[in-house]
Design a protein around this ligand. Structure first.
Ligand SMILES: [Zn+2]
Length: 199
């Protein structure tokens, strides 16, 4: 659960721009993750949308900044958390992996509070942004190197959380919906382990 911020203390029908501080990364450079929290006319359900896990995938970053401005909290039911740049060091360098330890953040979940920089970042993102939500949507993109038809993945499985993840993926309305066996390490796998739907 979050330590640095308290989602349930935010007012109903509110839009907040907040910052998460990453401690212990450098003596000289403060590293922060800006994010938005939009609370609708009720507290639940809770969805977090995360972009920029890979630092060279820019589409989701822009989309989340635009969404944060476009969505009217009073028309919302539940809480929507938008994290445009989850991996700030990789984003500032314009590369997929964290440039400090060359770790791939989307292969590092659930991470570790005492691990490498990428493992610590994964641990922080999971606890500060993901746990406590009902759904997590992880945005990725290929525009730096190629074109891809927009599609959504959902995890293959027979449990209730798998079924609800599939339903959430279908609800996005994409023509292409891709059932997937994710490898170890992506954010979505750790979300499933905590009973949180992901897609
Ligand atoms: Zn990616």
């Amino acid at each position: 659960m979050p330590v640095q911020w308290q989602p349930d203390k935010l007012k109903l029908k509110s839009r907040s721009r907040l910052r998460l501080r990453l401690d212990g990364y450098s003596d000289a450079l403060r590293i922060e993750i800006p994010f938005y929290a939009l609370v609708g006319s009720s507290r639940g359900p809770k969805l977090v949308v995360i972009a920029g896990i890979h630092g060279d995938e820019f589409e989701g970053v822009r989309v989340l900044h635009e969404l944060a401005r476009a969505i009217e909290p009073k028309k919302l039911k539940g809480t929507l958390t938008l994290v445009p740049v989850a991996n700030p060091q990789a984003f500032y360098a314009g590369v997929r992996r964290n440039p400090v330890d060359q770790g791939d953040l989307n292969r590092a979940f659930p991470g570790s509070a005492q691990g490498s920089m990428t493992e610590r970042l994964a641990h922080t993102i999971l606890h500060e942004f993901v746990l406590g939500n009902d759904y997590v949507l992880s945005l990725h993109g290929w525009s730096k190197e190629s074109l891809v038809v927009p599609y959504v993945e959902y995890p293959i499985g027979k449990t209730e959380v798998h079924r609800k993840s599939c339903a959430a993926a279908m609800a996005l309305g994409f023509e292409y919906v891709h059932p997937y066996h994710w490898p170890a390490g992506p954010l979505g796998v750790s979300a499933l382990d905590h009973g949180i739907c992901c897609y």
